[in-house]
Design a protein around this ligand. Structure first.
Ligand SMILES: Cc1cc2nc3c(=O)[nH]c(=O)nc-3n(C[C@H](O)[C@H](O)[C@H](O)COP(=O)(O)O)c2cc1C
Length: 179
């Protein structure tokens, strides 16, 4: 399986968690790792290049730190620019059919806070509904997310373990992830 990680982090120089996850994932021989923030500093996304990259991969992992209950804005722009009419949806827009998509995110809040009754009220699954709908609207398969909570207080040991978990996640079959 060819896997592409599309990572967006506006301040990767200050990142601890995403950097560790990325470093582990990059070691995998079937993973193409892309730092979108570095690739498009002016946010001028090359849709044609993105289409080629998408066609060459079976699974796409969207990796980002949670910013205001959503992704950093460059990922939203990537959706807007790349998932075009006649390519990703609409007549002839079937190029993403059957491709697997998953979110990998890091959140400052705790797992306990991301549920009914918690400080953040909603689960990340609920908050990511617009991305889920976008993927499904384009005929993609939306997989369960990889989530790291309490990202600002994470210990070195847990971070090491999360990096191992992340690699296991990106390599797991859709069936294993969904069950
Ligand atoms: C602009 C901004 C918005 C953020 N919004 C949230 C949020 O809505 N929920 C949350 O749990 N953490 C939020 N955080 C915390 C980040 O998710 C956290 O710092 C990040 O996941 C840590 O990963 P890193 O070490 O790779 O930067 C926010 C941080 C910033 C800078």
């Amino acid at each position: 399986m060819n896997i592409m990680i599309i990572a967006v982090h506006p301040h990767i120089g200050e990142s601890r968690v995403n950097r560790a996850l990325s470093a582990a994932a990059m070691e995998e021989s079937n993973v193409t790792y892309r730092d979108l923030s570095a690739e498009y500093p002016g946010w001028d996304i090359d849709a044609e290049k993105e289409h080629e990259r998408l066609l060459a991969h079976d699974r796409i992992v969207l990796q980002f730190p949670l910013y205001w209950y959503s992704s950093p804005p460059l990922l939203k722009k990537w959706f807007d620019d790349v998932l075009t009419y006649g390519w990703a949806y609409g007549p002839g827009g079937n190029h993403l059919h059957g491709k697997e998509f998953a979110i990998a995110t890091t959140a400052g809040g705790t797992w306990n806070s991301y549920r009914s009754g918690g400080d953040n009220e909603y689960t990340l699954s609920e908050l990511f509904r617009p991305i889920e709908r976008t993927i499904k609207r384009c005929g993609g398969i939306y997989l369960p997310s990889f989530e790291v909570y309490g990202a600002m207080e994470i210990t070195d040991d847990r971070l090491k373990q999360e990096a191992v978990n992340y690699v296991r996640f990106i390599q797991s079959s859709a069936l294993a992830l969904a069950h």
